[in-house]
Design a protein around this ligand. Structure first.
Ligand SMILES: NC(=O)CC[C@H](N)C(=O)O
Length: 314
C-alpha cells in the first residue's frame, strides 16, 4: 500500500494544509508514519534544516555537538532551533543556518553524528517533516497546516522495507542535493545493487529504506546532465521493482510509473493548480469544484509539472 500525494499552487498559499488533507484522506493506506515535503519561499542565502535527534535525554549535549560541526564549516544557527518533543524518545527540530562554506562537506560531517542525529532536509526552500503516526497527529505536532508555500509532497507509509522508525519514513531528501525530495509507493527489488553502486560514488544512505535510493538515483542522473524527464524515463528501464514515485525540486514535481503499472496515480490539473494522489477521493478533498480527473493507469509513464511559469524541461 502506501499513499502518496503532490500539490502545486499557482501562487504561494496554504500548501501545508492541503497536503495534510490529501494525506488524511489516504491514512488507511499506511498509518505507520506520515511525512510532508513543503517548498516555501526560497531564500537567497541560508538554509532551513529539519533534523531529528534520536535520544532526547541527550538533547542539549547533542545540539551542542551539532552546532560545533556547523561552526567547523563557518556556519551557525541564525536563531535558536525550534524543538518539538512528545512522549517518544526522539525529538525533532527546525533551524535556519547560515551558508556553510561547502554544503556537501558540511552534510558529510553532520552525518558523522548519525547515531545521534539525522538531517532530514536542508534547503533554500524545502522542509521535510516526518514522524510516526497519522496525518493529523503529525501535522498538529509539527504545525504542518500553517506552512505556506507553492508546492509539496505527502506520504502515508505502510512499511515494506526497513523498520517503522521516524527517520525511515518518507519523504526522503536526495542527500546531499539540497532541495530535492521524493515519495514512493512500491518496492525496489534491485535496491542493494544500486545502493552499492551509488555508495561507491560517495553517496550516503542513512536508512535501509529502498525509497531513499530513488531520490539519490534521479538526482545523480540529473547531476550527470540529464533533464528531470530524461532521468525519470531512464529510471523505468534501469530500476527494477514496482513503483509510482514523485520527485520534487524548487521548480516543480515529476513522476514515474514502472513497467507493470501496479501502483496508481490520479491527477487533477487546472492550469497549473494541481493535485496528485494515489486515490481519487483524496484529490477531491482539495479539488472540491467540478473537475476532470486524469487516471495515469498505464505502464512506463512519466510526467513533469512546473510551478507557475517555471520549467522542468531544461
Ligand atoms: N508500501 C509502500 O509502498 C512502501 C514503500 C517503501 N518500500 C517503504 O517501505 O517505505
Amino acid at each position: 500500500m502506501c499513499g502518496i500525494a503532490g500539490r502545486i499552487l499557482t501562487a504561494p498559499g496554504q500548501v501545508g494544509a492541503d497536503l495534510v488533507d490529501l494525506m488524511d484522506a489516504q491514512e488507511h493506506r499506511g498509518a505507520d508514519s506520515t511525512g510532508f515535503a513543503v517548498y516555501g519561499p526560497p531564500r537567497d542565502t541560508g538554509y532551513v534544516l529539519r533534523a531529528m535527534g534520536f535520544d532526547k535525554s541527550r538533547q542539549d549535549a547533542d545540539l551542542n555537538a551539532f552546532e560545533a560541526v556547523l561552526k567547523d564549516h563557518s556556519s551557525g544557527f541564525l536563531s535558536d532551533p525550534k524543538i518539538v518533543t512528545d512522549e517518544n524518545r526522539h525529538y525533532c527540530f527546525r533551524a535556519e543556518i547560515s551558508d556553510p562554506t561547502d554544503l556537501q562537506a558540511w552534510v558529510r560531517d553532520a552525518d558523522e553524528l548519525t547515531d545521534r542525529f539525522e538531517v532530514q532536509s536542508c534547503g533554500r526552500s524545502l522542509e521535510i517533516i516526518k514522524d510516526i503516526g497519522g496525518a493529523e497527529a503529525v501535522a498538529e505536532k509539527h504545525g504542518v497546516r500553517d506552512i505556506i508555500g507553492t508546492h509539496g509532497l505527502g506520504h502515508a507509509r505502510l512499511a515494506t522495507e526497513s523498520s517503522v522508525l521516524p527517520n525511515a519514513s518518507h519523504p526522503f531528501w536526495a542527500r546531499p542535493f539540497s532541495d530535492v525530495a521524493i515519495v514512493h509507493n512500491g518496492q525496489i527489488t534491485d535496491y542493494f545493487t544500486w545502493r552499492d553502486k551509488l555508495s561507491r560514488k560517495g553517496y550516503r544512505f542513512l536508512t535501509e529504506n529502498d525509497s531513499e535510493l530513488i531520490a539519490v538515483w534521479v538526482s545523480d542522473q540529473m547531476k550527470a546532465g540529464l533533464t528531470m524527464e530524461q532521468a525519470l524515463k531512464k529510471s523505468i528501464t534501469s530500476i527494477d521493482g514496482v513503483f509510482t514515485y514523485m520527485i520534487a525540486t524548487p521548480d516543480g514535481i515529476g513522476f514515474a510509473k514502472d513497467r507493470f503499472a501496479m501502483k496508481p496515480l490520479v491527477v487533477v490539473n487546472r492550469n497549473g493548480d494541481l493535485a496528485a494522489a494515489t486515490e481519487e477521493q483524496a484529490v477531491r478533498r482539495v479539488m472540491t469544484e467540478e473537475c476532470d480527473v486524469i487516471n495515469y493507469d498505464g505502464p512506463s509513464l512519466t510526467g513533469i509539472w512546473g510551478v507557475g511559469n517555471r520549467s522542468l524541461a531544461a
